[in-house]
Write a protein that binds this ligand. Sequence first.
Ligand SMILES: CC(C)(COP(=O)(O)OP(=O)(O)OC[C@H]1O[C@@H](n2cnc3c(N)ncnc32)[C@H](O)[C@@H]1OP(=O)(O)O)[C@@H](O)C(=O)NCCC(=O)NCCS
Length: 333
Amino acid sequence: MSLPNLPSVIIRGTGAYTPENVVHNNDMAKTVDTSDEWIFTRTGIRERRFAAADETSSTMASIAGRRAMEAAGVHPEEIDLVIVATITPDMPFPSTACLVQHALGLKPITAFDIEAACSGFLYALRIGANMLRTGDFKKALIIGTEKMSSILDFSDRSTCVLFGDGAGAVVLSCGEGSDEGILGTLSGSDGSNPALLCQPGGGSRQPATATSIHARAHFLKMNGKEIFKVAVRVMEQASRDILKQRGFSPDQLDCIIPHQANMRIIESIASRLKVPMDKFYNNLSTYGNTSAASIPIALDEAVRSRRVNKGDLLLLVGFGAGLTWGASLIKWS
Ligand SMILES: CC(C)(COP(=O)(O)OP(=O)(O)OC[C@H]1O[C@@H](n2cnc3c(N)ncnc32)[C@H](O)[C@@H]1OP(=O)(O)O)[C@@H](O)C(=O)NCCC(=O)NCCS
């Protein structure tokens, strides 16, 4: 929810990075029992990018972050807050944000990770915007980055074809009025059924052992059918709630950037909200689901291709493991 007496927060610049290695569905079908036809008709995905062995979530985040600073015309020494959203950190600790702080030559500023799976960027955007509004921080770098290929089980065809790697970033700072920039943010969670989408091994519940590795517990597991149903419901609700909070209706939106998980999920939301599909920005066919990176990568593309322009009313909305969900309503400036 936006705070009317506090300054607005503006996205000053966007940036993204996706790895060079393009893996088409036909390439997947060489090693996985699947086909381009099955993947494309069920999901809308044609290809994804897989990072090289020497690329990590922090290296991709750093490139996206540098591009966002360049687009914003902000020098590294001006950044005083870095939040990185990821479920595939370079290592459990230290945080990927600390690695980014060093890689970008930032001052010894506040840097931390948050983990809300595919909703991570929207959580980070909300946290970052509200930290700026307090006046304690001036310029924030908010990044979503994932090397999903590092946790995919390539013997599970129902999940390994869905995800890809990449990073997206924005630079935030406060504006003047209250009717521009990030008008409102929302986030939520329901932890009642974590097994719907999880990586069961490697944490304190099931630390790494020979048994956990043998059980393939360190890979992503998902109940696709259930996630599909929940995703449609929570993304529709989050969209309606944030629009209502700020006194808008779905038909006033100029552009919606949904989490890029499945084209059928996006089509269902469009039909429930009664918003035409051409208002939705989609790049799912090119990148697959890049989890916390999906919305900032799509936002960067939409901004650079002028699909989003000054004055446009923009909705970012997503969901992910947890379950988590989030939304952000933005008057682009
Ligand atoms: C994963 C998903 C595409 C599966 O689609 P679905 O229509 O539910 O497919 P099902 O799981 O019912 O599987 C149907 C059949 O296809 C098979 N199949 C699964 N993956 C396959 C693949 N990659 N290639 C070919 N066949 C596949 C299944 O084995 C099953 O075969 P069977 O009927 O002989 O048992 C869909 O459930 C989905 O997208 N869910 C949401 C996932 C998501 O967005 N996750 C990210 C959250 S952030």
